[in-house]
Ligand binder design. Sequence first.
Ligand code: ATP
Ligand code: MG
Length: 588
Amino acid sequence: MSSEKTPTPAASNFIRAIIEKDLAQNKFVSRKWAGKPGDASEHAKGEADPAKIRTRFPPEPNGYLHIGHAKSICLNFGLARDYNGICHLRFDDTNPEKESQEYVDSITDMVQWLGFNWQNGNEKNLYFASNYFDYMYHAAEMLIQQGLAYVDEQTPDEMRANRGSLTEPGKDSPYRNRGIEENLTMFREMRDGKHSDGSMVLRAKIDMASPNINMRDPAIYRVRRAHHHNTGDKWCIYPMYTFAHPIEDALEQITHSICTLEFEDQRPFYDWLLERLAEAGLLAHPLPKQYEFARLNLTYVVLSKRKLIQLVEEKHVSGWDDPRLPTLAGARRRGYTPEGFKLFTDRIGVSKADSWIEYTILEDCMREVLNLQAERRIAVLDPIKLVIDNYPEAQSEDCFAPNHPLKPELGKRVVPLTRELWIEREDFMEVPSKGYFRLFPDNMVRLRYGYVVKCTGCEKDAQGNVTVVHCDYLPDTKSGTPGSDSVKVKGNIHWVSAQHAYECEVRLYDRLFKEAHAGEGDRDFLEDINPNSVTLIAAQLEPSLKDAKAEDSFQFERHGYFVADRKDSVMGKPVFNRTVTLKDAWQK
Ligand code: ATP
Ligand code: MG
């Protein structure tokens, strides 16, 4: 045996490695926190920041959250939790046009549903970027005063033409050398509504020859007369996202600003801007740092807001919370669980390279969690009658079924047995195929938690379809009684008493797209919609399921995991959605 010391385990992903290194170097200990977002002078009056790190989840309230956002939420809130930090929920609402309160509400709901919250003691770390418009305006004036921003009156076409290309440098705007005073006056006029929409923009003055096109004097403010859901008509100029976002991070003292890869080329501007504002005294070091990871791409779904909106608006699905959609509202109705999403996030990790994650990985995570959480119940999804001819007509007796095979402490429940039962149609074959062990004439099977029965025949309708199966039971074989296993059988089938069954609508959901990469190549993604993504059936369920409350999850034995629909279930009359099958039915 080796006597070497076990090496410290490597951080499980590159972002954790960065945070652990930063913390080991005491990079953030000098930070102060004023109890709310603010500039350097405001934070300087505060105490040492109690949060070892600060992260944020910054959705734009212009749509519903999807499974990709769940990854970002679990990542950001999870890092804060694991490193004694705080994660902010920040609405990145600097773009007035597409944002609304409806989206704000649904986003806060879903973050809470995932099990995270922004309340830290008395402090509520839920912020709106639009509350920082005054700071942003002030930051823009500071840049102008340093000679680092100018008002450009070129038309959008001229600006585009003069921006250059990957191989050619850009050309300076004729307005680039306007004096500081003139720039200030004009920017204030922009703010005061003296100029029309689109007539001019404020641009950072950096380098029109930079190899990074994002550094060729990016626009930072535009004139736009639009009503804003939070600030109303107070502003007719709005900051560009690339200008606003670093300032939001800095005001909130974010230490690690984690975003997706498409912002990698923006990082030089992020750093440039914050350094200039620190030089001007608005911000203090250490400044936030941006880190990029690959966004989640998941097979068999689409995670683009634009495509999701199209699916809803063109009514390919029933709404934002359609259980087939990859929205979190849909996933919740489908019976996916917060614990399943956390497991999924941990399992897929974070990487720097774009890739596709197989949908089955997500389903496996949901199965794993539900297997432990969900109580077992009996459901007959494709019912056919089984009559036990030698069982007394008026009799009913209790059988006992364990609620959870792995958790005996959850006890057993009563399932009544009577002369007429519902069984699965596929559990009977008049002429059995090879290796078929269930019901066929003269064969014996065990009625799960009940008796061994021997099949005696069946009845058929005029078309030759089996309508009723007949059997006799062996009275000494009741499960759980002495000698019950004296008769050995190979088959074991589930059933519910016809007299007691709860007949109920069950929705069997399948994938919304039949192709792994919907819309790949030149195909319209709508062409790849799976035409059979939902099947409604009338099932016969064991009577205890009548008491299921909305969002209760169960394993229907042999079938999979099902949840009582949170929208359509009423007390005493739940309807069920299939969350996921027991095994991966799509595996070839
Ligand atoms: P938009 O096109 O409107 O910007 P978006 O999907 O980026 O759409 P945001 O509301 O800006 O939506 O996203 C909030 C956060 O969620 C961002 O930090 C973003 O990086 C993250 N995010 C969005 N989509 C994914 C994804 N597929 N995988 C991982 N993170 C994502
Ligand atoms: Mg975005």
